[in-house]
Ligand binder design. Structure first.
Ligand SMILES: Cc1cc2nc3c(=O)[nH]c(=O)nc-3n(C[C@H](O)[C@H](O)[C@H](O)COP(=O)(O)O)c2cc1C
Length: 185
């Protein structure tokens, strides 16, 4: 399995200003609990750190259905070729924050730009109350050739305050994907 995630450091509600976004912290736990390598979706232009500035840009991108430029950057292990890892993965745990009830546009760019047909997708998100919102429908709509499994929603504020407390939840979610008969890959 491979973990692919997008996350925005900076100001967010309920957590203040954070150096490392909540989805990035959760992605580390998913990678550690599964033993998977991990890849980050990095937007060509970083989102503003301030919440209000970020929100107006994000709302504009959502209305325009923008596809901002991205790069994939390996997080772990050292030396991983991110693009090859995506191509080779049988299943991908895909992590993102909920933005205005939707997938962040950089995640849409990732989905559009990669041939993920035949892969199993395990979505996980951080949010502040909306759960997975519209994102399961968006993912299933964008990925007709994929087996999109049940997503895992986690409060970003919970990740920031005590990430280790989430390990049992993450382990159960991963085990339920295995119990569904998914082979590792
Ligand atoms: C512009 C913007 C819109 C957001 N919209 C929602 C939302 O609709 N529902 C929700 O529960 N949280 C929403 N959030 C909160 C984020 O989903 C939450 O803070 C998440 O943990 C951020 O993850 P990150 O630190 O990895 O970016 C929004 C945050 C931002 C910046």
């Amino acid at each position: 399995m491979l973990v692919v995630f997008f996350s925005r450091p900076g100001e967010n509600f309920n957590v203040g200003v954070v150096d490392e976004g909540s989805t990035a912290k959760l992605a580390r736990i998913v990678a550690e609990e599964s033993g998977a390598a991990s890849v980050r979706i990095v937007p060509d232009r970083a989102y503003p750190a301030g919440y209000d500035e970020a929100k107006s840009l994000i709302q504009h991108e959502l209305e325009a259905q923008a596809r901002p430029g991205i790069a994939l950057r390996a997080v772990s292990p050292d030396g991983l070729d991110a693009e090859r890892a995506v191509a080779a993965a049988g299943r991908i745990a895909l992590g993102y924050p909920i933005w205005c009830g939707s997938l962040p546009m950089p995640v849409r760019t990732f989905l559009d730009g990669h041939d993920l047909r035949g892969k199993t997708i395990l979505p996980f998100c951080t949010n502040e109350g909306s759960g997975l919102a519209r994102t399961m429908d968006e993912l299933r709509g964008a990925l007709p050739g994929c087996d999109v499994r049940d997503g895992l929603p986690v409060l970003g504020s919970a990740v920031q305050s005590d990430p280790d407390a989430l390990r049992p939840l993450v382990a159960r979610w991963l085990a339920s994907a295995d119990a569904d008969g998914v082979s590792a890959g």
